[in-house]
Ligand binder design. Structure first.
Ligand SMILES: [Zn+2]
Length: 308
């Protein structure tokens, strides 16, 4: 029997309202507590680990199990704690009280590109503790290896493998869409966000992991990083009404330094000798420099009809 949160009788209905078939867009039903089936008979089985794969075809990503395990261990050490705290604060402050539907499960949060799920699990717990709300959490990632790790450790969230370009969710379903250090698909975000919902996107700042960048890419153009284009793209699609810079540093020792090296795509293009140098360090002070963008849907102005 799968251990999916979908099988919690009190919650099944909430999730079935959110989901739609990624292929034909019809609504889906849970059959025999083991499969999601749409009106056109597209069928997706719940995995026994507690997630569902909603991809219509297999996709291989560069993100493997080792990377997600390293990221999870780093997250458990508190590496992202100040970020998660800040995200909770933003959600609590920026959602109107009327939207924060206290006791029931109606605050719906999607983590789009959730990886191994640490951010969403942590934020769901914090919000519950701070506000008494029980937010309904949905975590989606293209990489099955991440979702499997997420489902292994957190049973209170609906985890699915899915493609951002064809989100398996109905229109206007989510009050909050989190998109943390991960690619976005803004047309899908606009479609699945409620009219007064929030998109919260986290992008690296200029100094993000700068110490690692200096060792890996000294005197090459990869040493520098700019998020200007990412911010521009966000503003093309959403009304950016708040930008929150967040910067802190952590001193890591082993094996956390190795976990950092294994979790970041920065390592992919780096020279083996330089990677080896970092893996031998006993201690490393590292900068976490992030920009949090909070946006809402653009007001849809009625089109001006020209009368001829
Ligand atoms: Zn279908």
């Amino acid at each position: 029997m799968p251990k999916s949160v979908l099988l919690n009788d009190g919650l099944t209905g909430h999730y079935m309202d959110i989901l739609r078939c990624p292929i034909c867009h019809n609504s889906m039903q849970l059959i025999n507590k083991k499969s999601l089936i749409c009106g056109d008979k597209h069928c997706f089985d719940l995995a026994k680990q507690g997630y569902v794969n909603l991809l219509s075809h297999g996709i291989k990503t560069k993100y493997n199990k080792q990377l997600f395990e390293a990221r999870k261990l780093l997250a458990q050490s508190g590496f992202f704690e100040p970020l998660n705290e800040q995200l909770c604060e933003l959600i609590q402050r920026d959602l109107n009280p009327s939207e924060a539907k206290s006791q029931d499960c109606s605050l719906k949060i999607l983590d789009a590109g959730c990886g191994e799920g640490s951010h969403l699990a942590n934020i769901q717990q914090k919000l519950g503790k701070n506000t008494g709300m029980r937010p309904l959490g949905v975590g989606m990632d293209l990489a099955k290896e991440g979702i499997q790790l997420a489902a292994r450790d957190w049973e209170s969230i609906f985890w699915c493998v899915g493609d951002l370009a064809q989100c398996p969710f109905g229109d206007r379903q989510f009050d909050v869409i989190l998109n943390i250090l991960s690619p976005a698909n803004y047309s899908e975000f606009e479609r699945i966000l409620t009219d007064d919902g929030l998109v919260i996107k986290v992008v690296p700042g200029k100094e993000y992991l700068t110490e690692l960048r200096e060792i890996f890419y000294e005197e090459t153009e990869k040493q520098d990083y700019s998020n200007v284009k990412t911010v521009e793209l966000f503003e093309n699609h959403l009304t950016l009404y708040k930008t929150v810079p967040l910067r802190y540093s952590m001193t890591l020792d082993q094996p956390l330094i190795a976990n950092l090296v294994h979790m970041t795509p920065l390592t992919w293009g780096a020279d083996e000798d330089r990677i080896g140098r970092v893996l031998k360090l006993e201690s490393l002070e590292i900068t976490i420099d992030l920009t949090i963008m909070v946006g809402r849907k653009k007001c849809s102005e009625p089109e001006q009809m020209e009368v001829v």
